[in-house]
Design a protein around this ligand. Structure first.
Ligand code: SF4
Length: 206
C-alpha cells in the first residue's frame, strides 16, 4: 500500500479514496475501464491509520522536500482530523525545518465534516489548492457531480474565501481542457472577488 510518494521534489500523501464528487476528468473514473488506475498502487485497499501514515512519512528524509502535499485519489479532507494530527506530529518533530504543507482539495471540507474547519487550518497548512473547475454552479455540478448538488459550488466558494483568513496561500485551479477564454476570464474574476489566486492548469498536473 502506497501512503506517501515522491513527485517532482515534493512528498505526497494519500490517506483516502473517498470523495463526494465524481468529476468527469478524475483519474478515478478510469478505474473500472482498465486505465492506469487498474495497475496503480495508489488506489488504497484500505485507509491507513494515522500512525501508519506517520511511520510512512518518517521513512523519508522529510525535510529535504520542497513541499508536503496531501492529495491522492480521493478528497483528503475526509480525513481532516487525521491530516491535522499528522501535521502537528511533523511540526513537533521537525519544527521550522518542516517543508510547507499543501492540501489539494475540492473545497468541500465544511460540508464533509459538518462544521467550519477553516480556523483549524491556521498555523498548520501553508497552501490550499482548491478546484474551482467552472464559473457557475450548474456547469460545475454537471462536471463534478457532487452528492450535495449545486449547493456544493457555493460551499466551495465560501470555503475559499474564509480559508484565506487562515491560510497564507490559497489558490483556486481550473483545468484548461474545454474552457473558453471567456470562461477562464470569469474564473479569474471569481477568484479575485474571493481574495485568492487562480491557476489555470493543464489536464494532467499536480
Ligand atoms: S474532487 Fe478530486 S478526487 Fe474527487 S472526483 Fe473530483 S478530481 Fe476526483
Amino acid at each position: 500500500m502506497t501512503i506517501t510518494y515522491e513527485y517532482e521534489d515534493a512528498l505526497y500523501v494519500n490517506l483516502t479514496n473517498k470523495c463526494n464528487c465524481a468529476c468527469e476528468f478524475c483519474l478515478r473514473q478510469g478505474k473500472a475501464q482498465g486505465s492506469i488506475y487498474t495497475e496503480d498502487s495508489l488506489w488504497l485497499e484500505r485507509e491507513p491509520t494515522r500512525e501508519e501514515a506517520l511511520d510512512s512519512f518518517l521513512s523519508w528524509d522529510v525535510c529535504t522536500y520542497r513541499e508536503i502535499v496531501f492529495c491522492g485519489y480521493g478528497e483528503p479532507t475526509y480525513r481532516l482530523d487525521d491530516l491535522l494530527w499528522l501535521v502537528d506530529r511533523l511540526k513537533e518533530k521537525f519544527g521550522d525545518k518542516l517543508p510547507p504543507v499543501r492540501i489539494n482539495t475540492n473545497g468541500h471540507a465544511n460540508l464533509i465534516n459538518g462544521r467550519d474547519v477553516c480556523p483549524e487550518l491556521k498555523g498548520r497548512i501553508d497552501t490550499l489548492s482548491i478546484s474551482l473547475n467552472n464559473d457557475n454552479a450548474a456547469d460545475y455540478t454537471a462536471l463534478c457531480h457532487p452528492v450535495q448538488g449545486e449547493a456544493a459550488y457555493q460551499a466551495m466558494l465560501d470555503f475559499a474565501k474564509e480559508s484565506a483568513a487562515y491560510v497564507p496561500n490559497v489558490v483556486m485551479t481550473i483545468v484548461d481542457k474545454d474552457k473558453t477564454e471567456q470562461e477562464i476570464e470569469n474564473c479569474k474574476k471569481i477568484a479575485a472577488g474571493l481574495g485568492v489566486k487562480l491557476r489555470v492548469r493543464s489536464f494532467i498536473d499536480s
